[in-house]
Design a protein around this ligand. Structure first.
Ligand SMILES: Cc1cc2nc3c(=O)[nH]c(=O)nc-3n(C[C@H](O)[C@H](O)[C@H](O)COP(=O)(O)OP(=O)(O)OC[C@H]3O[C@@H](n4cnc5c(N)ncnc54)[C@H](O)[C@@H]3O)c2cc1C
Length: 308
């Protein structure tokens, strides 16, 4: 970052008492524990702080990256010179509003983890979000990624979202103005660099026993994934008629390694960091898998993870 811009930004952050850190190692902010240094990472705690930060960035013509829990984001080695805006400390509140006898709207701050929302739902007989089981990110990241599985995705349960645009303007966007696709969400008429600050989930009441039964399906699915290891979840999107994991197995990459990075023996669409893996190791595996899938099977594997 240019020195003058950086000075102006830092004094603005100090003045408004917004948390930030300089020269942080991004491996701390990604679930695969890999990454290089960043000049500046900023931790707004609420909407007021976020709008202040966005205006500071705008006034100093700085670009930025947004991250939630970094469970789908790979940071490369190269130093990140634009500010990273982290949702790690952002408003994790949850409110329940009854819409009618059976329908419930959960109003959730974007920094809250999916597991906390699911715990709340299980304790309060709220159903519809059982597919959150075993997905480790924030609710904001999950909406942006339209996270889920073949049973359900975020787009199915969204009622509305609140966003702050890169101009620092707040909007409440109803479902009809959101476009959900495979691991992506777009807001009609708004550029991609928006911040999701609140999510309204459309859920319903159900018997506790029924919810526990539903969870079993997802627990079973997750037992085939290397959940205790450092990873980013699925690396590649599934092609239309076959799973990416199956393709990777068939081209002989299951268990293949480069440095400390291994194509998981448990689920070939996961790359795990068994210790000391570098971003370049992950990129090497990705590139080689893509090339072989194309040359041997004519299948183009596109990454699901975000690479910064
Ligand atoms: C072990 C494991 C299992 C997983 N299983 C699944 C699964 O079953 N299904 C699935 O879909 N995914 C899965 N994932 C991937 C990941 O957990 C999800 O995509 C998750 O929703 C990402 O949330 P995050 O907060 O970590 O996002 P990040 O990785 O931090 O960010 C992802 C993207 O969202 C953007 N973003 C994050 N927060 C915001 C915000 N508040 N406003 C605007 N943009 C934002 C970022 O800029 C980035 O582009 C798994 C990951 C792991 C490690």
């Amino acid at each position: 970052m240019n020195k003058n811009k950086s000075k102006a930004l830092l004094s603005g952050l100090k003045e408004f008492k917004v948390d930030f850190l300089e020269n942080e190692n991004m491996s701390e902010y990604s679930s695969i524990k890999i990454g290089g240094l960043t000049d500046l990472i900023i931790f707004p705690k609420n909407e007021t702080e976020l709008i202040y930060v966005v205006n500071l960035l705008k006034n100093n013509s700085c670009g930025y990256y947004i991250i939630g829990k970094g469970t789908n984001t790979l940071f490369k080695d190269a130093r990140i010179c634009v500010p990273v805006i982290s949702f790690k400390k952002f408003n994790g509140t949850l409110l329940e509003n009854k819409k009618n006898e059976s329908e419930i709207i959960l109003e959730v701050g974007a920094g809250m983890s999916l597991s906390r929302v699911l715990n709340y739902a299980m304790k309060n007989a709220v159903s519809g979000c059982e597919f959150f089981y075993g997905i480790p990110g924030t609710i904001g990241g999950a909406v942006r990624m339209n996270a889920g599985s073949k049973e359900s995705v975020m787009g199915n349960i969204i009622n509305a979202v609140e966003i702050i645009t890169e101009e620092g303007i707040k909007h409440v966007i109803n479902k009809k103005d959101l476009k959900f696709s495979y691991r992506n969400m777009e807001v009609y008429g708004i550029k991609d660099n928006y911040f999701i600050t609140k999510v309204y989930l459309s859920l319903y009441n159900a018997e506790e026993l029924k919810i526990k039964e539903n969870i079993k399906v997802f627990r079973k699915r997750k037992s085939s994934q290397p959940l205790g290891e450092y990873s980013l979840g699925c690396i590649f999107k599934n092609p239309s008629d076959i799973s990416a994991g199956k393709v990777i197995e068939e081209i002989g990459f299951k268990g293949f390694s480069k440095g400390g990075a291994f194509v998981s023996e448990k689920h070939a669409n996961f790359i795990v960091n068994k210790g000391g893996a570098k971003p370049g190791d992950i990129m090497f595996l990705i590139k080689n898998i893509q090339e072989k899938a194309l040359s041997c099977k004519g299948i183009e594997l596109n990454t699901e993870i975000r690479i910064i």
